[in-house]
Design a protein around this ligand. Structure first.
Ligand code: B12
Length: 236
């Protein structure tokens, strides 16, 4: 195991240099801080001081990563069971893994659901990494909802609001980061009523740019239509 004081900054900078040009952002965190918040069944079986790196994408990812990826694919032979955006994520996150042959890196994608259970809870990971505040029911005082009403939490980015995707996490299994400072995420909605509104109806909120229309159309389409959209992009 390597202590990270000397290697942590260059390591994170290297991950940034690989991913940021494509519209991704990366944030380190200590896995123990993630594990201590969540139920046992979601915990990652690594020592508490293990280095995790959260990856999220901002709207630029569509033009910088997805469209170029789509243009490179052979759509006549596309496997119709594969989600093009997921394949794009696999491609880019694998580039990072391959750039660290000296380390034991596990890539966990947000869409991985072995046995129907998310492998990684990216909203909690993004919160402990200080990247994005994860607003949950528990963050609202005097809750206006029934106890049995399901309210999903929302990660709300200080700049892009909801126009982000929390894509996954790298676990550097052989890198310990006992001295990594914990950064609190920016609480951009300290007001109770704003939190209620966010959880009830995710809104646009002072954002510099939203997802492209085609990006949104993609996200809200079934797989068949997603592949059609990718084919349309390729031929445009
Ligand atoms: C399964 C899933 C769904 C399911 C169920 C949703 C759910 N939240 O359970 C369904 C299909 C309904 C769904 C729908 C959508 N989803 Co969804 N979904 C997921 C997925 C893959 C796993 C979520 C999960 O299983 N959570 C399990 C539950 C138990 O986790 P939890 O509620 O957060 O509870 C934990 C925390 O409370 C934590 N905890 C406890 N105490 C504390 C204290 C603190 C301080 C903290 C931080 C945490 C914490 O412990 C709990 C676990 O033990 C995630 C990606 C991922 N891998 O995380 C995306 C994800 C949550 N979905 C996302 C999106 C965008 C959507 C949709 C808008 C998609 C769409 N196009 O329609 C809809 C919106 C639904 C809605 N009304 O909000 C985004 C949310 C982004 C964001 N800004 O928050 C995610 C993160 C995917 C992504 N790429 O970014 N989704």
């Amino acid at each position: 195991m390597e202590q990270t004081k000397t290697i942590l900054n260059p390591l994170i900078e290297k991950v940034r240099a690989i991913l940021e040009p494509f519209g991704f952002k990366v944030y380190p965190f200590k896995v123990g801080r993630y594990n201590e918040l969540i139920e046992e069944k979601y915990r990652l079986s690594v020592p508490d001081d293990t280095l995790g790196v959260l990856v999220l994408s901002i709207p630029d990812m569509w033009e910088n990563a997805f469209i170029p990826f789509v243009k490179q694919q052979d759509w006549d032979n596309w496997n119709e069971e594969k989600n093009p955006l997921h394949e794009c994520m696999i491609h880019h996150l694998d580039q990072v893994k391959q750039s660290f042959p000296e380390h034991d890196v596990e890539v966990m994608h947000q869409f991985e659901m072995p046995n129907g259970q998310a492998k990684i809870l990216v909203q909690t990971a993004a919160h402990v990494a200080g990247a994005v505040y994860y607003y949950q029911r528990r963050d609202v005082t005097e809750q206006p909802w029934r106890v049995d009403e399901e309210m999903y939490g929302v990660s709300f980015h200080p700049v892009y609001g909801r126009w982000i995707s929390l894509d996954g996490v790298f676990i550097f299994k052989d890198v310990l980061c006992p001295d990594l400072p914990q950064r609190a995420p920016k609480d951009v909605l300290p007001d109770r009523n704003e939190r209620v509104e966010l959880l009830e109806k995710i809104r646009n909120f002072r954002v510099p740019r939203k997802n492209a229309d085609e990006h949104e159309e993609y996200l809200f389409s079934d797989l068949h239509r997603k592949i059609d959209i990718a084919r349309r992009i390729k031929s445009s």
